[in-house]
Design a protein around this ligand. Sequence first.
Ligand code: PLP
Length: 282
Amino acid sequence: AYMFLNGKLIERTKGKIDVEDRGFQFGDGIYEVIAVYGGRPFALSDHLDRLFESAKKIYMEIPYSKKELEDGIHRLLHVDKREHCYIYIQVSRGISPRNHIIPQRISGTVIIYLLDPIREKENWKRRGIKAAITEDIRWLRCDIKTTSLLGNVLVKQKAVEKQASEAILHREQRVTEGSSSNVWIVKDGLLRTHPADQFILNGITRKQILAISKQQRIPYVEQSFTVDELLGADEVFITSTTMEVTPVVEVDEVKINEGKPGLLTKKLQWLLEREIQSQCFD
Ligand code: PLP
């Protein structure tokens, strides 16, 4: 397997990062995970746009253009041929003597390599998952896709301890998102998800689902909901690049839709698959 490290294509095991890389010491970096289907990246330009937006929000310059990153990705997919996988891109602020102050005139460390798909994905998509409600202990800039993920790691662990596959997070009883996904409910035919503000990551899959809903005239609102509304919903699902549309059939021991994936959830799942099909296969 290969990787890009600062523009050079090398064997993955040969990649070395300095101990004073700020990504390593401060989590001072940003990243993207992009799905590959049929050997082609899905929604690549949306992901690269978000990478550059994240960079801007943390006063960081990415040492390559979008075009250069795109070319790198395509070269990597050419040497590491895979039908289905995920592209991981990370840009850290770079190497500098340890100090909190943002250093000037250093160049970011850029890595790109491929991740394997999640083994359980198809099963989870078909049967639905169990989720655990957890307090959102993260910071107030969840709109930045940063590699500082300790908060996300700790809430995911809480869910795993409760035999759940995802943590659904709330701030003072208002549901924000999942530890690595966006959360949606359906009540009386209305689709609802948290607005894209500082409390959630504006998911690319979320964006796809909103566009599909608009096009299909499925009524939706970008409006937060409470934990009680979540538990009383007709359907619950999560979205992410790796999980696509995955039904949530149980939340903290409460069965949703009698423990079965809901109708609208399945419809959106299928419509997203169709979109992937049209962008990556035809
Ligand atoms: N929210 C968080 C905290 C995430 O980490 C992710 C993705 O991993 C998402 C939402 C979903 O975003 P996307 O659909 O762009 O993968």
